[in-house]
Design a protein around this ligand. Structure first.
Ligand code: ZN
Length: 695
């Protein structure tokens, strides 16, 4: 981003810089370390246009900027927080900040937004915003100087001696803010006398002495170089105990920091579909071989079908393999599909299964690591960063939900708030107190929370920007309602199932019209649930999955019963990862009504398109003495929609159902918020037709 070549500078006849070369990549923090008078500040002044160099070239993003005026530099996206703060003591905090954006001539609205961002980062400045800058403490003045520089929304931030003259505790605060800025992707050139601090806060460093670069390299490497430690950091030495104490004090503050945003990627490194397919074929071959060697269950199936690992030569050979079903898992209870010895199993999870035996799945340490990795990918795809605070309101326990959301969050480096489901009062209190920015729950729970936020009128006091919800279908109307009542949060539907690690096997992207699934971890087939033959690309069918690197309990053509379809082609978001539609329902919860197959999601779609209707409804199916079926729909009116509109709404819904589903239903409209809400999954289909027949 910034490239300095052979820079020289003078103060009168005295030369301050001698042919300095320096480079700075976008998104990194580079430290410029050296003693007082080494030329550090001169270099910054030359970049900012405050001092005119006598030779050499400075370029920014490929454009030469040597000797441009400071105001021009500000417009090019460079901002300086100067040595000694240089705040205007007789102006208020507010006015000092405003000056930072002056060369940019921002609109009033944008200016106010910027200031608000600064106040979020420096809450102290918000408290003092009418106070005169001269009355602030040194640390607060430093925050003001940094805030003023950030008002320009810089792409490159120059920080000159931010810790100079500050007490160690305040220095800690200032460096914590520098870490935050760096993690949020700001490019920083940091000039600092405190070498240990500067090196531990940066990616790369230049050591400057007498106007020359004497050493450079990755900061971590310089920090561990014994020669440099004794020269620059004052490390332990018998003849200089003072230096040793000083260096020690600096070094003990170095701890393992969270991941840097610029280094974070949980996406696969494929760039073409061909590479992905080659990876998939390797994974399929590995899996088939692994279960052949390790699982008596699969071996029996293979032998029954006359198959050996050698039968798999292409991805199409997958079709030769037999299916695995939920019944197989239950029959093999308590350790179904196990393909490794017990000493390699580090954990089990179980489904919450309501009928029969639970489905139990085993994990090796690698399985756990893989799951955490692709769950972090989910967060990353939803735009979650290490600066986010993730309130996890899904179930913790033997099932996979809570621990999945938790480990992905930790891998990504965000702050996890593991609340678990329910407990609305505590959830609300945490949203307010911790200012959680991401909320994870089922769709029903998100709706419940949204309505509670609305009821308490606190939408403008919470900070939730993203809601990640899963394990349940949700209508468009329900999504809109949740987003609106949460003050405009962005929703991301996450997929997953216990059999395939757990939640996090795919997620909606910022385009919001598909689910990306992790084709590097499993294969997805879409089959007709009746004939078990592949449906034409793009048509709805049952999702069947085959794992590619799962060790303890691999899946081969596992029938998930989830109904979806492949979306062909690349997504506009640019990700190479393949896509399917949101889960439409389960093949075993299709409603068969008077000879017509109805997915509950088609009712969602119809109701979402009728204005004046809320998101909640129930479908009741009954059978009379003559064997004739009836469907009764109980639907909530939207909030504040008058009862007098009921007749008109009923007419419209009835018409749409008849037109789109080719059946008729009895309709009843009820007041908003009268149908029960659930913290887990709301029951919407009540099939009472079979009762009489179960004897
Ligand atoms: Zn996408």
């Amino acid at each position: 981003m910034l490239k300095i070549t052979n820079l020289t500078a003078h103060y009168g006849a005295a030369q301050a810089l001698f042919g300095v070369d320096l480079e700075l990549q976008k998104g990194t923090t580079v430290a410029l370390v050296g003693a007082n008078g080494a030329g550090k500040s001169t270099l910054l002044k030359c970049i900012m246009g405050l001092h005119s160099p006598t030779g050499g070239i400075i370029s920014l993003s490929g454009q030469e900027i040597t000797r441009k005026a400071p105001a021009q530099m500000a417009r090019l996206g460079v901002a300086l927080s100067p040595e000694g703060r240089e705040v205007f003591p007789h102006l208020s905090v507010h006015d000092n900040l405003r000056l930072g954006a002056l060369p940019l001539k921002l609109s009033k609205k944008l200016g106010a937004e910027r200031m608000d961002e600064i106040f979020v980062r420096f809450p102290k400045l918000r408290e003092r915003y009418q106070q005169l800058a001269g009355t602030l403490s040194g640390g607060e003045q430093q925050m003001l100087a940094m805030g003023r520089a950030l008002m320009a929304g810089p792409s490159l931030l120059l920080l000159d001696e931010p810790s100079l003259g500050l007490a160690p505790r305040i220095t800690d605060d200032i460096f914590a803010i520098i870490h935050q800025l760096s993690r949020s992707g700001t490019t920083i050139l940091l000039v600092e006398q405190n070498a240990a601090r500067a090196l531990s806060a940066s990616d790369y460093a230049y050591l400057l002495a007498h106007g020359k670069v004497v050493e450079q390299g990755p900061s971590r490497k310089l920090l561990n170089d014994p020669a440099l430690r004794s020269a620059f950091l004052g490390a332990a030495s018998d003849d200089n105990p003072a230096a040793s104490r000083l260096g020690g004090a600096g070094l003990t503050n170095i701890r393992l920091e969270k991941n840097l945003m610029s280094e974070l990627s949980f996406m696969p490194d494929f760039s073409t579909e061909t590479e992905l397919a080659a990876h998939q074929l390797n994974g399929l071959k590995w899996t088939v071989n692994h279960v052949w060697e390790g699982s008596s269950f699969y071996r029996k199936k293979f032998e029954g079908a006359g198959m050996t690992p050698a039968s798999i030569q292409s991805l199409n050979d997958l079709r030769k393999l037999s299916f695995t079903t939920a019944e197989d898992l239950r029959a093999e209870y308590p350790f179904p599909l196990r393909a490794v010895p017990f000493e390699q199993i580090v954990r089990i999870h179980a489904s919450s299964g309501t009928t029969g035996k639970r489905k139990v799945l085993s994990y090796t340490q690698k399985d756990i690591d893989d799951w955490g990795h692709f769950f972090a990918r989910c967060y990353q795809m939803a735009g979650v960063t290490p600066l986010d605070r993730v309130q996890i309101a899904v179930g913790y326990g033997v099932w996979t939900a809570g621990v999945g959301f938790q480990s992905g969050c930790e891998k990504m480096g965000a702050l996890a708030i593991p609340v678990g489901p329910g407990n609305i009062d505590m959830q609300i209190q945490f949203l307010l107190d911790f200012q959680s920015t991401v909320f994870c729950s089922t769709a029903s729970m998100a709706l419940l929370m949204a309505e509670e936020i609305h009821k308490r009128g606190i939408a403008d006091k919470i900070a939730v920007k993203k809601i990640i919800y899963g394990s349940e279908r949700s209508s468009r109307a329900m999504r809109l309602k949740i987003s609106e009542l949460f003050g405009g949060a962005e929703l991301f539907d996450i997929t997953g199932l216990t059999e395939l690690y757990g939640p996090g096997t795919g997620i909606e992207c910022s385009e919001h019209d598909c689910i990306h699934y992790w084709g590097d971890y499993y294969l997805l087939e879409i089959l007709d649930p009746e004939t078990l033959q592949p449906v034409p690309e793009g048509e709805w069918g049952e999702m069947v999955v085959t794992s590619l690197c799962k060790e303890a309990a691999p899946l081969i053509r596992y029938r998930t019963r989830d109904i979806t379809r492949i979306i062909p082609g690349r997504c506009n978001c640019g990700s190479i990862l393949p896509r399917h539609s949101r889960i439409k329902g389960r093949s075993d919860d299709t409603i068969k009504f008077r000879g017509v197959n109805i997915y509950p999601s088609s009712i969602d779609t119809i109701l979402s398109a009728v204005p004046g209707i809320g998101s909640e409804y129930q479908i009741h199916l009954t059978r009379d003495n003559t064997g004739r079926d009836s469907m009764r729909l109980i639907i909530e009116r939207a909030e504040k929609v008058a009862t007098t509109r009921s007749a008109e709404l009923i007419h419209e819904i009835g018409h749409q159902i008849k037109k789109q589903l080719l059946v008729s239903a009895d309709l009843e409209l009820v007041e908003y918020a009268t149908l029960p809400r659930s913290e887990r999954k709301s029951q919407r289909v009540f099939d009472n037709r079979l009762q009489g027949e179960i004897v």
